[in-house]
Design a protein around this ligand. Structure first.
Ligand code: FEO
Length: 224
């Protein structure tokens, strides 16, 4: 055996030992890596605790919205505004649907939707104008809240939540615009009896339209 051949065999031997040691090390320690792999997978499929908390807060806000409008609807009904009552009752159900949609989303993303105490809604109002001014103020508050969670989801690289919230962003634009139009009409027709009677009829028609679209949404979103 010449010197070169012996040196070559030695190099092959060293390389074999090197790879055998590394392979054995990996096989021996492999179970320890499993949780790390699992965590990496979960990071992408589950919501973070920060997003979970934000969505849970929004669930409460939507439930509170539903109760606020329910209380307004009851006031409108006993004060002779049947059309306004119908619109507000329909709005109550819509807010409940917003809440349910959030609950299902959070639970589907590995979070845990939790309910909490709610503050008592107001039961007395000065006028129909006062009711709808409060509705608009509340919807603006809800829009700001949705926008905040959206910004948070982008900051957390949670694009699924961002995508999910797009529906709420569009919905809020529509809700604010509808309430502004109602307020304009109330101001235009005036707060005298004749004007309010006409306005209440308009609200009854709007409520019927709202009920039709709710029915269509319930059929398409049978899963929520
Ligand atoms: Fe669900 Fe009207 O905000």
């Amino acid at each position: 055996m010449n010197f070169h051949f012996a040196f070559l065999r030695l190099r092959v031997f060293v390389v074999k030992v090197f790879f055998t040691l590394h392979f054995s090390f990996f096989i021996f320690h492999f179970p320890k890596f499993l949780p790390t792999f699992a965590n990496n997978i979960n990071t992408h499929s589950m919501v973070t605790k920060i997003i979970e908390k934000a969505i849970n807060e929004q669930i409460l806000k939507e439930e509170h919205s539903s109760r606020i409008y329910l209380s307004m609807a009851s006031w409108a009904q006993v004060n002779g505004f049947q059309g306004a009552a119908e619109w507000l009752y329909a709005q109550t159900d819509e807010e409940r649907m917003h809440e349910l949609k959030l609950i299902h989303y959070l639970n589907d993303r590995g979070g845990n939707a939790l309910l909490d105490d709610l503050e008592k809604p107001a039961g007395k109002f000065k006028s129909l104008l006062d009711v709808f001014q409060q509705v608009l103020k509340h919807e603006e508050y809800i829009s700001a809240s949705i926008n905040e969670i959206y910004a948070l989801s982008i900051k957390q690289n949670d694009y699924s939540t961002g995508n999910f919230l797009q529906w709420y962003i569009t919905e809020q634009i529509e809700e604010e615009s509808t309430v502004r139009a109602i307020l304009d009409q109330i101001r235009l027709t005036g707060e005298e009896k004749g004007g309010l009677f006409h306005m209440d009829k308009e609200l009854a028609a709007l409520a019927a339209k709202k009920r039709t679209s709710q029915l269509a949404a319930a059929t398409t979103n049978a899963g929520i």
